[in-house]
Design a protein around this ligand. Structure first.
Ligand SMILES: C[S@@+](CC[C@H](N)C(=O)[O-])C[C@H]1O[C@@H](n2cnc3c(N)ncnc32)[C@H](O)[C@@H]1O
Length: 204
């Protein structure tokens, strides 16, 4: 079901001046047509259960906050926090950035998220992106684990076409109802980057 959010031309509060704020993905010119066709394709090819949402920031439901708690492992950096209660399973925002293939990858980036494994396509928000680039990993922050996750998101871009991106969603409540409260107003939005992210960055 399409969901619309309020759109503003401004950049969000605490947005870094050196990073370009995006309202839509930015595509590398090096991506081959075959790979591009796996990302931008006719709406009629979407199966019924897949979601289709319009979303452009800045987003009022979240905010970028500087981490001032010295016990937080990302102390001195920024994180993304909920500005209102976010219900389980609800869409939060898209993860925008530079969409690139393996020939155009920044190996040093800490902001590169996989979009299509078959074609080796990623979304790198190190130099351009939106608020989603500030989402931290739950490790060392919360003993409750992550409260959100990245999922495929299909955006209607007009002319009968959809664009595959990554989206941030609140975790589902789960059978035990463990996550039934969703994310409270003021709570940090935390995902799991996966163990691989951290093992690749081990210095010893
Ligand atoms: C995608 S960025 C997240 C936003 C980042 N905090 C910022 O202000 O730009 C990923 C980086 O954030 C930091 N980070 C995120 N989660 C962390 C965690 N649980 N423990 C330590 N550092 C973390 C690490 O420096 C990591 O390379």
């Amino acid at each position: 079901m399409p969901v619309s959010q309020s759109v503003s031309p401004k950049t969000p509060k605490n947005w870094p001046k050196t990073i370009e704020y995006l309202h839509a993905p930015s595509y590398s010119k090096k991506i081959q047509d075959e790979a591009l066709n796996a990302i931008v394709f006719p709406k009629s090819n979407l199966s019924a259960h897949e979601t289709l949402q319009h979303a452009a920031g800045p987003f009022a439901i979240i905010k970028i906050v500087r981490i001032t708690d010295s016990s937080h492992p990302a102390y001195g950096q920024h994180g993304l926090f909920a500005s209102k209660h976010l219900a389980p399973d609800s869409f939060v925002l898209p993860y925008l950035g530079y969409v690139h293939d393996k020939t155009d990858t920044d190996d040093e980036s800490d902001y590169d998220l996989s979009l299509d494994r078959h074609y080796g396509i990623g979304v790198d928000a190190s130099r351009m992106g939106n608020e989603a680039r500030f989402i931290n990993d739950y490790r060392g922050v919360s003993t409750k684990g992550p409260n959100a996750e990245f999922r495929d998101l299909f955006v209607d871009i007009g002319n009968g076409k959809v664009e595959k991106t990554m989206g941030v969603f609140v975790l589902r409540a789960g059978k035990s109802g463990k996550r039934a409260k969703g994310i409270a107003k003021g709570e940090e939005i935390l995902v799991s980057y996966g163990k691989g992210f951290w093992t690749e960055r081990q210095t010893i």
